[in-house]
Write a protein that binds this ligand. Structure first.
Ligand SMILES: NC(=O)c1ccc[n+]([C@@H]2O[C@H](COP(=O)([O-])OP(=O)(O)OC[C@H]3O[C@@H](n4cnc5c(N)ncnc54)[C@H](OP(=O)(O)O)[C@@H]3O)[C@@H](O)[C@H]2O)c1
Length: 324
């Protein structure tokens, strides 16, 4: 496992981090035993960065992580997230920052994160979503600054809203965030235009999520794949979306032929090829996924000509431009 500096935090984090959504729930049946085994395997293979959130099974993911980390808490960086108060997700342009992330609520929510994680200081606290409407007066980050001074959290950041990831750039440039969590993968390359260069300029740490496009970029699905009850992908890939994603992933598979990478490995190596990236956090549900994903760190860096070829697979999924 190789390690990188996570921007201005100066934390040395494993290139492969552990994505903790599926172990919380929302991805169909998932036993806590499999989840703990996946995380233990990842830690044994050198992972020292874990991402989770209040919303992943209403604290279930955080509690599993706390259980596994008993006795080795100090050697691992855990990033969690606080969601806004109930309301539109992503927040609408008319939402008011101090109503969706009021100070009292933030404080109470963070106490709950501390209890679930069994710790007295959160390594990285991310706001789970955002709107650019709040960039001019990002009051919630002023509250988080106080919580940093009080020693409740060490570093703060934001997870980008999917439809407007660039909304985090203002927060970077104005010095509010230590890290930003962003979708960056072979299908979603827009962050290379401005967000990733801005992170490099401002020394903000980048955490890459959804490197497999929720699974389509593993290449293991067909047009007939179905998802079990309780798996959010039943709706995420409904209608013609599954078939289109599978067809696109097959074309990526052709493009990497002869590279020596499997498709999941190529997906991870593509994200790691950007110098602004600190860690890539694939979701892992069992020990064999942990092994496959951790092994990607030790593979050769992706050659520039393959990176260039994969640029053609950027997929603009906006309603009008998406194509077939
Ligand atoms: N808004 C936010 O802040 C936000 C949103 C999404 C994700 N995240 C974070 O980012 C992390 C990663 O994203 P994600 O988990 O949504 O999606 P992802 O990493 O694109 O996909 C993960 C899924 O792919 C499958 N998989 C993993 N490794 C594999 C391998 N080597 N071969 C084949 N299949 C494999 C597993 O599902 P199956 O076994 O079911 O196929 C796994 O749950 C999350 O866990 C979470 O920590 C944050």
């Amino acid at each position: 496992m190789n390690f990188r500096k996570l921007g201005r935090t100066h934390l040395k984090v494993s290139e492969i981090g552990f994505g903790g959504w599926a172990i919380g729930g929302g991805w169909g049946p998932q036993s806590d035993a499999d989840s703990a085994a996946a995380l233990n395997r990842a830690l044994d293979l050198g992972v020292n960065f874990i991402d989770t959130a209040a919303g992943y099974g209403d604290g279930r993911s955080e509690r599993i992580i706390a259980g596994v980390l008993k006795g080795r808490r100090e050697s691992v960086v855990v990033a969690t997230k606080t969601p806004p108060t109930p309301g539109p997700w992503p927040p609408s342009p008319y939402c008011v920052a101090c109503e969706r992330y009021p100070e009292r609520y933030l404080r109470e929510n963070i106490e709950q994160r501390l209890r679930n994680l069994g710790t007295d200081r959160i390594d990285i606290l991310q706001l789970h979503t955002w709107t650019r409407a709040w960039n001019r007066n990002p009051e919630p980050f002023a509250v988080l600054r106080k919580l940093k001074e009080e020693g409740k959290v060490r570093f703060v950041g934001v997870s980008t809203p999917e439809h407007d990831q660039n909304s985090a750039i203002g927060l970077m440039r104005d010095g509010w965030v230590d890290v930003v969590q962003v979708i960056y993968n072979i299908f979603e390359q827009e962050p290379a235009a401005e967000l990733l260069p801005a992170a490099a300029e401002t020394d903000v740490g980048i955490i890459v999520r959804v490197v497999f496009d929720e699974g389509s970029l593993t290449g293991k699905w067909t047009g007939d794949t179905s998802f079990p009850e309780g798996d959010f992908r039943r709706s995420y890939f409904e209608g013609d979306r599954l078939g289109r994603a599978v067809a696109r992933a097959a074309r990526v598979g052709e493009a990497i032929r002869g590279s020596g990478y499997t498709l999941p490995q190529a997906a991870i190596r593509f994200a790691l090829a950007h110098p602004a990236v600190g860690t890539v956090i694939p979701g892992m549900r069992n020990p064999s996924q942990a092994e496959a994903n951790c092994a990607a760190s030790d593979l050769p860096a992706m050659a520039e000509d393959l990176q260039r070829r994969l640029r053609a697979h950027n997929w603009l999924r906006g309603f009008w431009y998406a194509g077939k």
